[in-house]
Write a protein that binds this ligand. Structure first.
Ligand SMILES: Cc1ncc(COP(=O)(O)O)c(C=O)c1O
Length: 396
């Protein structure tokens, strides 16, 4: 195993695509079918015994599709894993993967600042089925290692996290799990992208992405993926066939098409976000900037050691609380107001009025969401235009 900090962009263009299967078309066609036919019973026997000459042929759409499979292969090539399995959304990838690894009586360790719906799934839904959990502070690998019990089956984190962009020492997480043998490690690397970080190369077992974000990259499709070793991925794939959260072939095509420009987009987004973060850090109306590429970020050393770039999201606290943040968000002209990130269009949001609107200031403070916090997810617009826009919003 050798630690790698980012992909070879050639793989993002066409790894895993089979020209012959694609009728010699350049992009993999959308194989829009719900089922597949067989010539005769002998062909069914060859297929069911695993001896069919076309390893990718399908039986029924919920179990597989050639367009989806081509994208899965490319994702595995990018992440440097043996296999990958695509889902209808990032949450479908998270929930199906977790369900395939744990059962009642077992235990999960996860970082406190995981994506809200991932937290809700573990702390609320799984709790009802007798799966217990321990939450540990963001990025605290020692606390995580200490929380692992004999019945722990899974350790989960994001890196970077939302919205403060904390990064976790991936080799540390992998070592803590491998020391216990029964616990698998899973990293949601949606904010990092394989351009910036390859968790499997640090020994992480499963790498998850909301492909809705950077992988697809155009704010026009929902999808998710989990990448890992063949044994784990085929177990997760089998459960996908039961739970049914399959990726539609057209959605898979859009993910695959988006991935061809992944490196170009993410490199631009890295550069813009870093320039913006540096500028914001000096602005008198800004209380604090969170960007792992800044030396002032608590995770900077960890991020520098394991990332090639620091991603396209910058979070910052505007002075003046709720009104201070709202004043800036409402004055920005280029970035649209909305949740999500990773697309070509910049998006801005104030978590206190969007994802955490139903809480009081005190409740938000208790979970670390400042009222004046703003999250800017940069797109691929001109860097100078984005900086000028945020500066005019801050000065008005
Ligand atoms: C880090 C992270 N993981 C998972 C998800 C869920 O992905 P999806 O919206 O594709 O279900 C999100 C959504 O925002 C996310 O930010």
């Amino acid at each position: 195993m050798s630690e790698r900090r980012g992909i070879n962009s050639t793989d993002a263009v066409d790894a895993g695509e089979d020209r012959a299967q694609a009728f010699d078309a350049l992009p993999m066609p959308i194989v829009q079918t719900s089922t597949y036919s067989f010539a005769d019973s002998a062909e069914i026997a060859a297929y069911t015994s695993g001896h069919h000459p076309n390893a990718d042929r399908g039986e029924y759409g919920r179990y597989g599709n050639p367009t989806v499979r081509a994208v899965e292969r490319r994702l595995a090539a990018l992440e440097g894993t043996e296999d990958a399995v695509l889902f209808s959304s990032g949450m479908a990838a998270v929930t199906t993967s977790v369900l395939s690894l744990v059962k009642g009586g077992q235990h999960i360790v996860l970082f406190q600042d995981c994506y809200r719906m991932t937290l809700e799934f573990v702390t609320d839904v799984l709790e009802r089925f007798g799966v217990t959990h321990t939450l540990v502070p963001a990025g605290d690998v020692a606390a995580l290692a200490g929380a692992i019990r004999p019945e722990t089956r899974l350790v989960m984190s994001e890196s970077p996290t939302n919205p403060y962009l904390s990064c976790v020492d991936l080799a540390g997480v992998a070592a803590a799990c491998k020391g216990r043998r029964t616990a698998k490690s899973m990293i949601d690397a949606t904010f990092a992208t394989p351009v910036n970080c390859l968790p499997a190369s640090f020994g992480i077992d499963l790498v998850v992405h909301s492909a809705t974000k950077y992988l697809a990259g155009h704010n026009d499709v929902l999808a998710g993926v989990v990448c890992g070793p063949t044994g784990l991925i085929s177990m997760i794939r089998d459960l996908r066939g039961v739970l049914g959260a399959v990726c539609d072939p057209h959605a898979a095509f859009l993910v695959g098409r988006g991935m061809k420009t992944l490196s170009l987009r993410v490199e631009r987004q890295n550069a813009t976000a870093l320039a913006l973060a540096q500028r914001l850090e000096k602005h008198p109306r800004i209380e604090r900037v969170f960007y792992p590429g800044l030396p002032s970020h608590p995770s900077h050393a960890v991020a520098r050691a394991q990332m090639r770039g620091f991603g396209g999201v910058v979070s910052f606290i505007v002075k003046g609380g709720l009104a201070g943040g709202t004043g800036v968000v409402d004055k920005v002209k280029l970035a649209r107001i909305g949740p999500s990130f990773g697309g070509c269009e910049s998006l801005i949001e104030q978590p206190a009025v969007m994802s955490y609107y139903e809480m009081t200031t005190e409740q938000r403070q208790a979970i670390g969401i400042a009222d004046g916090l703003v999250r800017l997810a940069v797109g691929i617009e001109d860097t100078a235009d984005l900086i000028a826009d945020i500066e005019q919003a801050l000065s008005s």
